[in-house]
Design a protein around this ligand. Structure first.
Ligand code: F6R
Length: 607
């Protein structure tokens, strides 16, 4: 939801900003802009559309040698995506430029006050009040820290901001509240960004800003201040072990495809250090320090919600612990009842999803213990949870989430095994079987993925006539049906609905006709025969059926796709990439923008 970057150092800043914005483009891509100080003035270049349009505009300009600048890629909230609403925004005197990610809730009343004082607004954004307030505070105090505090004291909402002052050409300022912002610490150069990949080619040393902190960067160092008191806050520099190759396409046409094909490695990483294969036991110190919950509440959004829903089936089956799963945007506005020995599990790839975070904060206030399942180290979910199980998937750049769900499912499976083991609800036989299969899962999947891709491609072409799809499954496959439908609709724009296959006859089956295919998950489990009956009901209405199943299982359908069987639980790790590849190949065949689907942005940091 908007990506921001700032640079101060010895390199020409514009290429650094553009390069960083391209790696942040997954956060928003409807307009973009940069501001830099050169020849005694703040220059701003903005463009509607993607970073490539901005680039074309920039490089028709004179050579750029500025070494201090800020950049922004936008996902519109207030004001349509046109050039005047793109960031950076400048004050009326041309002395302050600002970028912002977040939402200012009380901007309307501030705007009216500022207009009555003579300030001129050039955009329809909520952001513009920030730059005018800072400018006003600067005129009153002549000090950037005081000016920024003056502004932040008057606004409500969420923000990560980067600020330049024309008469302070050796300083870059930043602040955050409920929107992600990190500081990159280099040698003779420093950075701010919404996310690490933006400056990963230059440094892995990071300062995580907390809410209510303001940072001042110059070429040599970084000082952090409290918004509340104005006093200095001591911060630790942490090194993040992510490799730049993880944030590059590595020869693949799209990040989405790269991340799908990366899943064998993701499985290994998520398991890494967590299973003692020799003693067939689990190593999860994060859980050792918590209690055995009498009930679990899982809270998440989108694909992470589907992972949580899948986890519910497993936790109930293996650990016999009741689980409620909620979409975070619902959870935060109902009145959940969380008992003393109950635990809240919050799942988020980015760790910054606004609704998920709000749910987390709400239950923390209620006194609940929160376990985070999160990919991004230093993110808000990671910092605010009592304990965190990191999914260790590496950066996920594609807007459509793929490998993150795979890693979340591994972690949830380990959790179910851990609690089941501690409670004695899981037999040794089942536990050992799962351990043994987990040990070879990554290799089997690695060998399978190329032919799965070929199958997905030919099915995508065959079924590209369809304008609607059902995704159907039961038991563990029901959450996966929901995920398959989400993937297809978000990148190919084909309408798709995920249903529990047993529910079809209660209404949805009315839609079935020869132009409405169903993608059925009919894998080997205790519900297989029931799914076969559901398929027959569809076929009786002349509905075409694609079926994910295993060799040797008897089921007659239009298109059969056999995947390996490694026990009914681990079969999920083949269903997931099959659905992802089908959606991917469909979107590619239909000529859609796979990595940047319309209307979407990764990391939904607004409500
Ligand atoms: C779908 C997708 C979204 C996210 C959701 C939650 O492909 O990417 O549905 O899963 O916005 O995001 P996180 O996991 O970052 O909280």
């Amino acid at each position: 939801m908007c990506g921001i970057i700032g640079y101060i150092g010895y390199r020409p800043c514009v290429p650094v900003l553009i390069d960083g914005l391209k790696r942040l483009e997954y956060r928003g891509y409807d307009s973009a802009g940069v501001a830099y100080i050169q020849e005694g003035e703040i220059n701003i270049i903005k463009s509607q559309g993607k970073i490539s349009s901005l680039e074309e505009k920039i490089y028709t300009k004179d050579p750029l040698h500025a070494t201090l600048g800020i950049g922004h890629t936008r996902w519109a909230t207030h004001g349509i995506p046109v050039e005047k609403n793109a960031h950076p925004h400048m004050d009326n005197d041309g002395n302050v430029a600002l970028i912002h990610n977040g939402i200012i809730e009380n901007y309307q009343e501030i705007k009216e006050d500022l207009i009555s004082e003579g300030y001129k607004f050039l955009s329809d954004t909520d952001t513009e009040v920030l730059v005018h307030l800072i400018s006003k505070g600067y005129k009153e105090t002549n000090h950037p820290l005081s000016a920024i505090r003056y502004c932040l004291e008057r606004i409500q909402g969420s923000y990560a901001i980067g600020v330049l002052f024309l008469d302070r050409p050796n300083e870059l300022w930043a602040a955050r509240e409920s929107s992600p912002l990190i500081v990159g610490v280099g040698v003779g150069e420093n950075f701010i960004a919404s996310d690490l990949p933006a400056f990963l080619p230059y440094t892995k040393d990071v300062i995580f800003l907390e809410d209510g902190e303001i940072a001042r960067l110059d070429r040599e160092g970084v000082d952090v201040f409290s918004k509340e008191s104005g006093g200095v806050v001591e911060k630790e520099v942490k090194t993040i072990p992510w490799d730049i190759t993880l944030a590059q396409k590595g020869g693949f046409k799209h990040f989405m495809l790269k991340e799908i094909m990366e899943q064998p490695r993701v499985i290994q990483e998520a398991l890494s250090g967590r299973i003692d294969y020799k003693n067939r036991s689990l190593i999860l110190p994060e859980l050792d320090s918590l209690f055995l919950p009498e009930k679990i509440h899982i809270v998440a959004c989108g694909t992470s919600f589907h992972a949580g829903f899948w986890g519910k089936y497993l936790l109930e089956r293996l650990a016999k612990v009741p689980v409620e799963v909620d979409i975070a945007s619902e959870f935060r506005y109902r009145s959940p009842i969380i008992g003393e020995k109950e635990m809240v599990v919050v799942i988020s790839q980015s760790g910054e999803t606004a609704d998920t975070l709000a749910g987390l904060r709400m239950v923390k206030e209620m006194g609940a213990v929160v376990l985070g399942i999160c990919n991004v180290v230093g993110s808000s979910v990671a910092r605010e949870s009592d304990k965190v199980l990191f999914t260790q998937a590496g950066p996920e750049i594609s807007v459509a989430s793929t490998k993150a769900m795979c890693s979340q499912m591994i972690v949830l499976l380990l959790m179910a095994l851990y609690f089941g083991d501690k409670k004695g609800t899981i037999s040794k036989k089942i536990k050992y079987e799962i351990f043994d299969n987990l040990g070879s899962l990554a290799n089997v999947l690695e060998a399978e993925l190329p032919s799965m891709r070929e199958m997905a491609k030919s099915l995508a072409i065959e079924y590209s006539f369809a304008r609607s799809f059902f995704y159907l499954g039961r038991g563990l496959n029901y959450p996966l049906a929901l995920e398959g439908a989400l993937k297809l609709k978000e990148i190919s724009y084909i309408h798709a609905e995920g249903y529990a296959s047993g529910e079809m006859k209660h209404g949805p089956i009315a839609l079935i006709d020869p132009s409405f295919p169903s993608f059925v998950l009919a894998t080997k489990d205790n519900l297989f025969q029931k799914v076969v009956s559901n398929v027959k009901e569809i076929q009786a209405r002349k509905g075409p059926v694609i079926c994910l199943t295993h060799a040797g299982l008897e089921i007659n359908v239009d298109s059969r796709w056999d995947i390996p069987y490694m026990g009914d639980i681990l079969t999920s790790f083949f269903i997931l990439p099959a659905e992802q590849l089908f959606a991917y190949e469909m979107a590619v065949y239909l000529g859609k923008d796979v990595d940047q689907p319309r209307n979407l942005a990764k990391s939904v940091t607004v409500e």
